[in-house]
Design a protein around this ligand. Sequence first.
Ligand code: PHE
Length: 448
Amino acid sequence: MEKQEKRGKFSSSLGFILAATGSAVGLGNLWKFPYIAGQSGGAVFLIIYIIFVFLLGVPIMIGEMAIGRKTKLNPIGAYKTLNKKYTFIGVIGVVGAFVILSYYSVIGGWVLKYITAYITGNNITDSTNYYQSFISSSIEPILWHFIFMAATCFIVLKGVSAGIEKFSKVLLPALFIIIIVIAVRSMTFEGAAAGIKYFLVPNWSDIDSLPKLGKVVVAAMGQVFFSLSLGMGTMITYGSYLKKGSNIQKSAVLVPIFDTIFAILAGLAILPAVFAFGFEPSAGPGLLFETLPKVFSSMPFGIVFGLMFFVLVFFAAITSSVSLLEVVTSFCIDNLKMKRKTAAILISIIMALIGILAALSFGVLQDVKIFGSTIFDSMTFLSDKVIMPIGGMLMCIFVGHIWGVDNIALEISNGGVIPFKWKNLFSIIMKYIAPALIMIIFISSLFA
Ligand code: PHE
């Protein structure tokens, strides 16, 4: 009989916080956040986003980390252990990880393609053409997606402390340094002030009707779940590798704060430059790959900044994709008794294959529509607007009404050692506020 793998562990609290921040900070901050802010009213979006980070993000993160540390298992195993009837919540999470990583890795592949362009001295002067012809081609996006997936697999193969934790420790500080350099450069362009103002000074008159406000609220909530890696068990999985004595409350506050600071820096790195060079902030998903290269090609040392920027995006993306792969890998190790190596490689291959459909959604498969959206858009809709909010909502209901706030409070406070001062507030949020709010926003998103 095969020997059961020894369960991984983060070597320190700092290591855990960095890995969890690494999971949170990713394409969500650099690719999605600036373009969603650019499409959804800039500063108004930012304010609503920050409110949701604290109202929903922090409590849900505490809940997930506590479930993980308590059970020391992947999401499916965790719910099964706490209450067999609710195993399905964990299943939603593992399915979510599959969906997200399959398309996430496609965008990760695009990033690799841009890195090689800048390395080879290509200034991408005709970025619209470059972007469009690249994403609509058949072979290249798939190849880069495979390479990105292989890199993710490589880190996960090494295990929790020697892989995930070690890489996060190096890449995360590097990320913060690079984004600050780029933000400073972006904000000092002539004409950058308009972008800074757009991003930081709310213009409430833009949001003059309920449907408009509804759109911003829906976008902000989806973005909170995506950006904080919540609602599908990533933080349960990472929490399961935490040592018993660690301080969950501190981690669950620090990770969202770091992630939000990073998102704001990303906004400041991108939007002022976009305004300064006279481009539209509402360019959508192409903002990073089409608009930004235009900015780089029209500034001095553009190739250097372009290269630095896309390397940054790659670092951010890989520490997130690793956390997605780890969710499914840990399930295979814990429940299916697989070896880490077998599990990680097998899942990577399956995800790589599913991702092909996402990769081709911009080209040969662009006319294949599911309810009017391309395969890629359907996958992002399913993950950000359905799986993560619903998974998060079910987690709150489970903690609030099934497992019980008293039980989880014992885990959160390490048996009373670290006082859980805001237990009552946490209880109200878990039981009523979060489920109701998520439900209302979810239903309205279906009509938005
Ligand atoms: N939070 C990551 C990002 O912002 C994406 C992610 C979502 C990672 C869900 C894990 C789980 O890019």
